[in-house]
Every structure is written in structure tokens, then in C-alpha cells.
Design a protein around this ligand. Structure first.
Ligand code: FDA
Length: 314
């Protein structure tokens, strides 16, 4: 893995960024969830030019929590390639989902602090940021010596948008597949951008996958609904090629998005890959039992990801 820079700006001494763009990035404005693509100019701060695709940064919302303490920072994945949105690492983007829920006790509307603060910001507004954060969820030092399977749900696509931007710019001789999951077709993020990338680059395969309503857009034969792990099947459109890519010895698997999604991915790989290929990604303990009986709490003791597996679930 490459050396990465971390913590150039800290909560005690944050950098002041400025929002330069903000837009809805779901496939439709009628999406069930509200997700925005927010770009922040960090030029002139210690963060400028330091981040790599796949890393995160911190946001310090203003104000205090219910105990009168300043709000703590929240992490957001960088959705930009290493060169940033501007080409020189001075503008980073993220993909933020507004946390909106009902408070179970008071049955009042519950709105997450940082996600709604970020989504409410307008162009020109200042924002306190920290980071970069994270050192393992990045591309390897020599990206062209590997192939990639990226599994994303929701805002988990953010780091992969950045990594794919790096791969496209590097002119590398890699293959890459992105399996992107969303509840409904309207919730797919950066959908048009990913389709464009696929049309421009024959090394890249985009596999959007919709879980609550079928069939999945772009999939032939009226396939779906399915979770992302459902693509790892010879019966799914593109599934055979995906399994062949996963069986390759130089392939790396990255999983980002909703906590728990990694279990389904592991189970699907165990179902479809020969044990030797599976062992490249996952060390399965002798007492782990059948994949269909695996549970999330077996990770990482009985189901231990290897060096070729990268997880960032939240
Ligand atoms: P806030 O922190 O205010 O609220 C969330 C908390 O409220 C939770 O603890 C939950 O238990 C509680 N809660 C939720 N619903 C409730 C209800 N109805 N009643 C009472 N309590 C309730 N997010 C994103 O959008 N894009 C990204 O790219 C990333 N990337 C990322 C990377 C990494 C490494 C991590 C660890 C996390 C992310 N996140 C993210 C998630 C992000 O950091 C943050 O957790 C969410 O945006 C929610 O933060 P808020 O401040 O909005 O909610």
C-alpha cells in the first residue's frame, strides 16, 4: 500500500474550506433519500494536495450538542480523484446523505447534525474540515498491477468515484467492475456519470443493482430486484464476467457502504468461487460452518478478510 498523508488539519486546528458547488446527485429528484454532491475548496490550507482517492475528511458542524459540548466531527468519504475536482488537489468533493428519521421516543422528526448541515450549505459558505483520514482504503501503490471489483451501496460509491477517476486518468491496464446498489432506480448515485465512464472505457463495467423494485435498469432479461451480492451469480446479467474477474489472482475487492453488506458479498463469493480463489480474499475458520449460516459477528474472527479485501462500512 502507498504511504498516505493523514491529519494535516485536526479538530483542534481545523482548516477552513469554502463550498464551491452543491447539487443533488441521485438519478432523480424524486428519490426516496436525499443525497448531495458537495465540493469544497481547500486551497491555501494544509489539506490542499494531500489527500488520495478513498480517504475521508472530517466535518466540524457549528454549535453544541444536548450536553452543551461542541459537536464532534463526522467523517465523509472523499468522492474525488487524487487530483481533486479541479485537477490540482485543491477542491474535494463528497457525497452526503441527509439523515432524516423519526425519533423513536418522542415521535418527532430527527435530523442528523452534520449531514444536514453539509447539505444545507450554499456556494460561498465556509466549513471547518479536518483530515485527511484513513490509510488502508486506497488504491495500491501501482494500480496497474491489479484488477478491481468495487461493491457499493448508497453513499459508499463516493470513494469508488474517486478511484475510478484515478484509474481513468492513469491510462492503466486494469479491469474494474463497480456493483452499485440502491433501493430504487431513482436512488442510484452518479448514474449518468458511471454510464458515461463505461461507454468511454472498455476496461470498466458498471453494474447498477436495485433491491426494492425490479427490474434493474440496464440489466437484460428483466432481472432483479437484488442486493449487490446477487450480481455474483451466473444467472445475473454480467454475473459470469464478474465471477471470472473475482477468480483472477490479481483482483482486489473493495466494499463500501451500509454496515452489514460485507456479509452478503462474502457469502456470494463463497458460493461462486473455488475454495482456492476464495482464500485469496477471505480466511474461513474450520468451524465457520456453511456460508448460508454465516453471520456478521463472525467477522473478523472466523471470517478474516485478507490483504486483497478492503472494507469501509458505516
Ligand atoms: P447524527 O450524528 O446527528 O445522528 C446519528 C446518530 O443518531 C446515530 O448515532 C443514530 O444512532 C442516531 N439516530 C438516528 N436516527 C435516530 C432517531 N430517529 N432517533 C434517535 N436517534 C437517532 N456519510 C455520508 O453521507 N457520506 C459519506 O461519504 C460518509 N462516509 C463515511 C466514512 C466513514 C469512514 C464513516 C465512519 C462514516 C461515513 N459517513 C458518511 C457517515 C457520517 O460520518 C455520519 O455518521 C452521518 O452523516 C450521520 O451524521 P449526522 O451528524 O448527520 O447524524
Amino acid at each position: 500500500m502507498p504511504d498516505v498523508v493523514q491529519n494535516r488539519a485536526t479538530p483542534g486546528d481545523p482548516a477552513i474550506g469554502r463550498v464551491v458547488a452543491t447539487r443533488v446527485c441521485t438519478a432523480s429528484k424524486k428519490a426516496a433519500g436525499i443525497v448531495r454532491h458537495v465540493e469544497i475548496d481547500i486551497s491555501g490550507t494544509p489539506l490542499a494536495g494531500t489527500f488520495r482517492s478513498g480517504q475521508s475528511f472530517g466535518v466540524l458542524p457549528p454549535g453544541e450538542n444536548e450536553r452543551g459540548k461542541p459537536h464532534k466531527l463526522r467523517l465523509y468519504s472523499i468522492a474525488s480523484p487524487t487530483r481533486g475536482e479541479d485537477g490540482s488537489g485543491s477542491v474535494l468533493a463528497t457525497t452526503v446523505k441527509r439523515l432524516i428519521d423519526e425519533d423513536w421516543e418522542s415521535h418527532r422528526l430527527f435530523t442528523g447534525v452534520a449531514s444536514n448541515y453539509l447539505c444545507d450549505l450554499s456556494e460561498g459558505d465556509e466549513v471547518r474540515v479536518t483530515g485527511p483520514a484513513g490509510k488502508r482504503f486506497v488504491l495500491p501503490e501501482d494500480p496497474s498491477s491489479h484488477d478491481y471489483v468495487f461493491f457499493a451501496t448508497g453513499t459508499g460509491i463516493a470513494p469508488f468515484r474517486g478511484m475510478l477517476g484515478d484509474l481513468a486518468a492513469g491510462g492503466v491496464s486494469s479491469r474494474a467492475a463497480l456493483v452499485m446498489g440502491a433501493p430504487y432506480a431513482t436512488d442510484l448515485l452518479y448514474d449518468a456519470e458511471m454510464r458515461e465512464l463505461e461507454a468511454e472505457h472498455d476496461w470498466f463495467t458498471y453494474l447498477p443493482t436495485v433491491s426494492r423494485h425490479g427490474p434493474t435498469p440496464g440489466a437484460v432479461g428483466g432481472w432483479g430486484p437484488s442486493y449487490v451480492d446477487g450480481r455474483v451469480s451466473p444467472d445475473a446479467p454480467g454475473g459470469e464476467q464478474l465471477i471470472e474477474l473475482l477468480a483472477g489472482e490479481r483482483t482486489l475487492v473493495y466494499v463500501c457502504g451500509i454496515a452489514g453488506m460485507e456479509l452478503g458479498v462474502f457469502q456470494a463469493m463463497a458460493r461462486e468461487l473455488a475454495s482456492e480463489a476464495l482464500s485469496g480474499y477471505l480466511t474461513v475458520a474450520d468451524d465457520a460452518g456453511e456460508p448460508s449460516d454465516w453471520s456478521r459477528r463472525m467477522i473478523p474472527r472466523q471470517l478474516r478478510p485478507t490483504k486483497r479485501t478492503f472494507l469501509e462500512v458505516y
